[in-house]
Design a protein around this ligand. Sequence first.
Ligand SMILES: Cc1cc2nc3c(=O)[nH]c(=O)nc-3n(C[C@H](O)[C@H](O)[C@H](O)COP(=O)(O)OP(=O)(O)OC[C@H]3O[C@@H](n4cnc5c(N)ncnc54)[C@H](O)[C@@H]3O)c2cc1C
Ligand code: FES
Length: 270
Amino acid sequence: MPIDVAARVIANRPLSTDYNVLALEAPAIAAAAAPGQFVMVKPDAGFDPLLRRPFSVFEILRDSRGAPSGITILSKRIGPSTRLIYDAHLDQRIDCLGPLGRPFSVVDPPADGWMIAGGVGLAPFATLAQALRARGVKTTLFYGARRAAELFYLDFFRELGVDLVLTTEDGTAGERGRIVAPLDRRLALREASATVMLYACGPEGMLAATAKTAMKYGRPCQVSVERVMGCGLGGCYSCVVPMRSDDGGFHHVRSCITGPVLPADQIRWE
Ligand SMILES: Cc1cc2nc3c(=O)[nH]c(=O)nc-3n(C[C@H](O)[C@H](O)[C@H](O)COP(=O)(O)OP(=O)(O)OC[C@H]3O[C@@H](n4cnc5c(N)ncnc54)[C@H](O)[C@@H]3O)c2cc1C
Ligand code: FES
């Protein structure tokens, strides 16, 4: 059952002029959250924004005894909610409902886990990387951003033992270009008998390209889709995604309850 709390802001760390990490005191949500799940957040009691917005659970915070005490969200400022999240102050109360949605399914060795992140699509991969590494899964993060200054938490992933493959659109870090290019090359080199699970989160175009690449090499791929979400609970149908049906047609699912994590090969990409 999702939990609705007026969570206290316990830290707000700007990462750049647009990105920040907001820490919320929410022990019950932290204890229940699984990698890939999200929370619906309303940073202000006023009418703009009127509705809550979805954010992936970025990190699970723990107290000195190791008990879950809160969560963080990684936010990119693009509109009213994310502006308020960027400017949130200590002790402010923020309505937070979660955890919501279906999480990633976490593989076990000998499968490798390859995470593909575009921009703020990094958000669900901190907890997924921890879960994969805790099971001893060899884990790689393919992470693309516009520029070097928008690649965050690299040391966090390195310390977990995650291999990093980086791209930037302007070439200021890693390879110049889009992240699907090195993913394609790595998949081409991988023996068919060596199992790998792909996990992707990012802009729609990147997800579609990742799904196509996964299908080209016959690899399973779970994508976390980003749709506009009005309620996060299955009630408003703002978040539907077209999925292939067995009869060759298609049907829609509500990505807030059937997803946000969906099998890439079953989505009808436009
Ligand atoms: C499951 C899920 C998890 C998410 N996790 C994160 C996260 O961890 N960090 C983060 O920064 N953002 C995340 N998002 C996206 C975030 O919820 C939206 O960007 C949100 O609408 C921002 O609210 P806002 O009020 O600042 O801007 P809004 O006014 O809501 O949006 C500004 C502009 O972006 C467009 N827009 C809004 N949402 C989307 C969308 N999903 N896809 C494409 N365009 C959109 C709007 O149409 C509008 O033009 C997630 C979305 C989903 C569905
Ligand atoms: S967000 Fe309302 S049904 Fe999915």
